[in-house]
Design a protein around this ligand. Structure first.
Ligand SMILES: O=C(O)CCC(=O)C(=O)O
Ligand SMILES: [Fe+2]
Length: 972
């Protein structure tokens, strides 16, 4: 206020800020304090002066003699009237200029960059100040600065630690945790709420009354400060060429928009990420109820009526008013009216809204009403309809965008797949690991991708041995024995898995050696495939079996019949997807074995007719390559849609092969295979030598004999061997391979990445800080607490929805940035409207949408800047401002700040006790919050106090009281 009366030219606060920052890095704490404090003071003074000058100049109704012919100058009615109007404008401009330059010097010297502005908004000066105060041992000030900074930066971990540290220090009082930037109207409101929650209605009244008064002066200041320069954000101001009235309109609408947003500005407070809802009316709600509780019915009526100015239909408030009136006497009550200042405020605000809506309708200057109380009809009907249509269009566009995004995703997926396929081709050709193995045909020669034909895997003897194994295992009773194959009615199938073969080997039905050969050979194929395709991660078995297909009437007599067959031994399919040849598609969904990634078939013989393996196109018809099976030959290929394949009919003889499927996903590794491996391991243990010897001799051991030899391990194995699926085939046919579901994955350990805890423990914040400072009890998060009467809350919500439907996307109003972006887009739209581009609403809309998009991008760019600024700031100030660290290092207090503090506090005894003491505020906070919750049912309190019967016979009231007592019971 000194500033308001002095004529000293203020030093620009951005310079003072810079000087302070510079001094900070020199460790010149006094200079930091001096300059930073002055910067804060000057900034506040400039704000005050600007508001003061604009308010006083506006209040000077007469700027000299008005032109004789008119009482109120109306612009645009004629040139003479215009003169009168502009005379007033010019006088006012002169008044403001003179006033400002008298008090703060030329206005340009106080212009600051956006960056500096942001620093002050983020309360950065307090970050520097707290360190400086701490250094010169001004603890109370350091605490207040830390607290002030933290309230606006609740995620600032270092400051949180500092505050915790201060809290433990001797000589620090609870009152030191001030908010040096608290605005009076908010401070009063919060204090009022605190008292209200603790049923101290008298004190609550004092604070809420003060809050209302402060609110209007803050609102006046906020509105005056809106009367600044035109903001050209969002487009090139050089291109702005609006004429006099258009530019005045643009500027004035921007100002009015800003003024409207004051209700949101004033409802916001540091430490609460959202503004209080329905902030101003809620004051009157609290007041009416506090007065009622103090049995001051006149005032209760006055405030209830004031509240109803905003929400005239509000049921509970109307009931309350009826009740108070009945108590006081209807006549007396009727004479009481709502607060005048509030009435005027509403009137002014509604006029502003009307003007803004007009500009919206005519020039397309967007206006998003920030208030929830605005009557529906303030927005012109046309606009309401337009907004509705716009919302629908927006919904449609969102949907279309969603669809487009999906399409893009699919395309990208396909592209990625293609490129990985290409990568795979390029990558194939890795070493074959065994000298005997030779490559016969590559993908290229097989006319596809992810294909290979290799020879020399096993010898003729081994082929024979495996064929015998198949036949012996099948004799034992395989599910396919004698049954037509599911693929071809003209053939019989027999199959055996590795595990089954080993079990049979253990049982003595087949040579264990052959089972082991089966195991080893399949492992050999796996390894070679993994190497040949140069896979980055290992291949795991997903399923494997040794399978022979035999022509049913393979005799020459029936050859003709066989020869005529047009069915295949194995229809064309892909191994990991469902081939829909009609659509040239392969659907990678269950029941297909979607986890299979590679397939291989190791052939064992060629003494049969037919039975060639074929690769086809997705149509299942166009054969792209053929493979004639022969002993030791392996056809390996990717299991996906790139490789549809089948087997031609076996018209004579028996065709045997080991079919193998692999997965890259360890979660889907075949469990049977693991078990088989375990069993083989046991058999190759020393005891097993004995067994192996016996195994080949005749007669073979019975399972029981074997278990006697193998000891416990064998018992285990044997238990497994006697699983029901070992029963004769007739009783329980084994499932054909294709049907066998791949193993469930639950038991598999999770992927290694998931197991690793990523964050090192040290990084975690030490203290469970949330409980301590983040939510002081006076900023309850619970929305309900904001309304004294629960019913109001729901009612208000309804009202809000109603208004929202009219005003359009009010949700945006809360986001200052968005609203701003809207503003920015306007200027351009106005230009267009002016240019006569009114013809096509759709085009205009699109252009607008475009502008908005730009504005958004601009915002994002800004946000980017801010993020950078933030990072820069952190680098600059944040880290260094960490009192704890800095202090520890510099002050030589290297031992332990905590210990030092305890020593200071004299609490040398028990560190634990100190910690506990430290935790106390948190506990208090909880208690407070619990108390706040009680606040939600003031209606209950009302009935508690005065039995309704005494007051009024009104049935409605009676009804209400009975439901109130219900509430009591519920509460009890
Ligand atoms: O036996 C063959 O040649 C191919 C068998 C096959 O493709 C399969 O069982 O999935
Ligand atoms: Fe296959």
């Amino acid at each position: 206020d000194v500033q308001l009366s002095s004529n000293v030219i203020l030093e620009p606060y951005d310079l003072l800020f810079d000087t302070a920052v510079e001094a900070y890095y020199k460790g010149d704490w006094m200079t930091v304090i001096l300059n930073m404090e002055r910067a804060l003071r000057n900034k506040a003074a400039i704000r005050r002066v600007k508001a003061h000058c604009r308010i006083t100049c506006a209040n000077q109704s007469a700027f000299g003699e008005p032109l004789s012919s008119m009482v109120v100058p109306v612009p645009g009615a004629g040139s003479v009237e215009d003169l009168g109007f502009f005379q007033k404008i010019m006088k006012r401009a002169d008044c403001v200029n003179t006033c400002e330059s008298e008090k703060i010097g030329p206005p340009t010297i106080h212009k600051v960059t956006e960056d500096v502005d942001l620093e002050f908004k983020k309360r950065t000066p307090y970050n520097y100040l707290q360190v400086a105060y701490f250094k010169i041992n001004k603890l109370d000030k350091a605490v207040a600065a830390a607290n002030t900074f933290f309230l606006a930066n609740p995620d600032h971990m270092e400051m949180k630690q500092n505050l915790d540290y201060y809290r433990m220090m001797a000589g620090v009082q609870q009152e030191d945790f001030k908010d040096l930037e608290a605005r009076p109207h908010m401070a009063e409101f919060l204090a009022g709420k605190r008292y209200y929650s603790s049923d101290s209605f008298g004190l609550a009244i004092d604070h809420f009354e003060a809050a209302v008064e402060e609110y209007f002066s803050a609102d006046q200041e906020c509105r005056a400060l809106c009367e600044g320069a035109y903001v050209y954000d969002g487009y090139n101001y050089m291109e702005y060429s609006a004429d006099l009235f258009q530019s005045m309109t643009d500027h004035y609408m921007q100002i009015l928009n800003c003024k409207q947003k004051c209700s949101v500005e004033l409802a916001s407070t540091a430490g609460k990420d959202k503004p209080f809802e329905d902030f101003l009316p809620s004051h009157f709600n609290y007041l009416q109820f506090s007065y009622y509780n103090s049995e001051k019915y006149e005032q209760a009526i006055e405030w209830a009526k004031t509240y109803l100015l905003f929400h005239p239909e509000e049921e509970v408030m109307n009931q309350n008013l009826a009740y108070y009136s009945a108590v006081l006497g209807e006549d007396k009550a009727a004479a009481i009216s709502a607060r005048l200042v509030v009435k005027q405020h509403i009137q002014q605000s509604l006029l502003e809204k009307e003007l803004l809506y007009f500009a919206y309708e005519v020039f397309g200057i967007t206006f998003v009403d920030p208030d929830s109380w605005t009557p529906a009809d303030v927005m012109p009907l046309k606009l309401r309809e337009k907004q509705k249509a716009e919302r629908e269009t927006a919904a449609r566009i969102t949907e279309e965008i969603g669809n487009l995004m999906k399409e893009i995703e699919t395309l990208v997926e396909e592209k990625n797949k293609e490129s990985t396929d290409i990568a795979k081709i390029v990558r194939e050709g890795g070493p074959l690991l065994f000298d005997d193995i030779k490559i016969t045909m590559s993908s290229k020669q097989l006319n596809g991708s992810q294909r290979v034909l290799l020879d020399g895997f096993i010898s003729n003897d081994e082929c024979r041995e495996l064929t015998h194994l198949s036949n012996a295992a099948a004799l034992k009773g395989d599910g396919f024995q004698g049954h037509p194959s599911p693929h071809s009615p003209s053939e019989s199938f027999q199959g055996v898995t590795v595990l089954k073969a080993i079990k049979l080997g253990q049982e003595g039905t087949v040579p264990l050696k052959s089972a082991r050969l089966f195991f080893d050979m399949s492992e050999k194929v796996r390894g070679v495939l993994e190497s040949y395709f140069r896979l980055d991660s290992p291949l795991y078995f997903s399923y494997s079996h040794l399978v022979c297909r035999s022509a049913i009437d393979g005799e020459k007599v029936n050859y003709e019949k066989q020869d005529d067959r047009d069915n295949l031994s194995h229809p064309v399919h892909a191994d990991n997807c469902l081939l829909v040849s009609e659509l040239n598609e392969c659907i990678k969904e269950p029941p297909a074995y979607t986890n299979r990634d590679y397939s291989a078939i190791l052939y064992l013989n060629d003494d049969f007719e037919g039975g060639d393996f074929i690769f086809t196109e997705l149509d299942a018809k166009t054969v792209t390559a053929e493979v004639r099976p022969q002993c030791g030959r392996v056809v390996g290929f990717g299991a996906g849609n790139e490789n549809p394949h089948g087997v031609r009919a076996v018209t004579k003889g028996q065709r045997c092969a080991v079919a193998l499927w692999f997965t890259l996903d360890p979660k889907h590794e075949e469990k049977d295979r693991i078990q088989a491996q375990e069993m083989l391991k046991m058999f190759s243990s020393p005891t097993d030598t004995e067994f192996t010897k016996t195994e080949s001799s005749q007669p073979q051991l019975t399972p029981l004999d074997q278990s006697a030899l193998l000891g416990q391990a064998a018992t285990l194995v044997q238990e497994q061997a006697y699983q029901p699926d070992d029963k004769p085939a007739e009783k329980k046919p084994e499932e054909p391979a294709e049907k066998k579901p791949e193993e469930p994955t639950e038991k598999k350990p999770e992927e290694p990445a998931e197991k690793k805890p990523e964050e090192p423990a040290e990084k975690k914040p030490e203290e469970p800080a949330e409980t301590v400072i983040e939510k002081p009890s006076d900023y309850p998060e619970d929305k309900k607490n904001e309304k004294p009467i629960e019913k109001h809350a729901s009612k208000n919500k309804k009202a809000m929805t109603k208004t929202a439907a009219n005003a359009g996307d009010k949700a945006n109003a809360k986001t200052a940035d968005k609203a701003k972006a809207g503003d920015k887009a306007n200027a351009k739209t106005v230009d267009k409207a002016k240019a006569g581009d009114k013809a096509n609403a759709k085009t205009a809309d699109k252009a607008k949408a475009g502008d908005k998009a730009n504005a958004k991008t601009a915002d994002k760019a800004k946000a980017g800047d801010k993020a950078n600024a933030k990072t820069a700031d952190k680098a600059k100030a944040g880290d260094k401002a960490n009192a704890k660290t800095a202090d520890k290092a510099k002050a030589g207090d290297k031992a332990n700040a905590k210990t030092a503090d305890k020593a200071k506090a004299g609490d040398k005894a028990n560190a634990k006790t100190a910690d506990k003491a430290k935790e106390k505020p948190a506990a208090k906070t909880h208690v407070k919050q619990a108390a706040d919750n009680k606040e939600q049912k003031p209606v209950t309190k009302k009935t508690e106090k005065i039995p309704v019967k005494k007051v009024s016979k009104d049935s409605k009231t009676d009804l209400k009281s009975s439901s109130d007592s219900q509430t009591d019971k519920d509460e009890l």
